[in-house]
Write a protein that binds this ligand. Structure first.
Ligand code: SF4
Length: 258
């Protein structure tokens, strides 16, 4: 597959030359990185964000966040090759057996790009959980999930072995557009995702870089808390607030944030 041309949008290079609509972009990126039973994978590593989980870095995302730490495969997913779900599970099993990365044998994490782009993404989650023991942590921006609340009900089939980490980029349309490079209307979708996960009973928590003033200016953090309280009074208690870590790709992208 030939890589699509890149597009400068809101001062940054986007994941594809497609729509500035975050949901439409999810479908476009899915076409580039997902096939039935296969996914473009950048690499596998061990990382600390979910304990010492073995982490699958996926290529491609429907957002273009200024704070993103993912490598250039975010914008150019064709740099990464396809692995079938079976090949990926075999690789992960081998890495666990060799223990060269020192990762937990009980925890796996999908991150690096957006793991939940389409129904094909749900199949990857199901296949990994079926083929590997332990828990699976999925770090998602919640855009496609928020538009498809039925996915949350489907994810309950995995019980407590599946844990979602839902990343909230902003509380208001203007801040969302500035940070993600996508139309601000999509700011609603991650909140809808949180409501759907809560209603379905899927284990999850929330993350936001709300302690970083370059991303959350005065008032935005309070607006975020208020939006969560409006969904459920207990939701702010699930929010893990962070400052920015200056990973090389984060610093490169933040330099373009206006
Ligand atoms: S931070 Fe996450 S949601 Fe944002 S562009 Fe990077 S991978 Fe996508």
């Amino acid at each position: 597959m030939q890589p699509a041309p890149l597009l400068w949008h809101a001062g940054r290079v986007c994941a594809t030359a497609g729509s500035p609509d975050a949901l439409a972009a999810a479908a476009e990126v899915s076409l580039r990185v997902e096939r039935p039973g296969a996914r473009r994978v950048t690499r596998v590593a061990a990382a600390g964000a979910c304990g010492d989980a073995l982490t699958v870095h996926l290529a491609g995302c429907n957002l273009a966040c200024a704070h993103c730490w993912a490598g250039p495969e975010r914008e150019e997913p064709a740099r990464a090759g396809f692995l079938t779900h079976l090949e990926l599970a075999r690789k992960l099993r081998l890495l666990r057996a060799e223990n060269r990365l020192g990762a937990s044998p009980d925890a796996l994490r999908l991150s690096g790009g957006e793991p939940l782009l389409s129904e094909l993404s749900l199949a990857l989650v199901a296949d990994l959980l079926a083929r590997l023991p332990g828990r699976l942590f999925v770090e998602t921006n919640g855009i496609a999930l928020g538009a498809h609340p039925a996915w949350a009900r489907a994810l309950t089939a995995h019980g407590p072995r599946l844990f979602l980490k839902l990343s909230l980029k902003a509380a208001t349309p203007a801040a969302f557009a500035r940070i993600t490079g996508r139309d601000g209307a999509a700011v609603e979708l991650p909140f809808r995702a949180a409501a759907a996960l809560l209603q379905a009973g899927v284990p999850f928590d929330l993350e936001a870089l709300s302690l970083e003033p370059r991303l959350f200016p005065p008032g935005e953090r309070e607006a975020l808390h208020a939006r969560l309280r409006a969904i459920d009074g207990a939701l702010p208690g699930r929010l893990r607030e962070e400052t920015l870590t200056p990973y090389p790709d984060t610093s490169r992208r933040m330099a373009a944030l206006t």
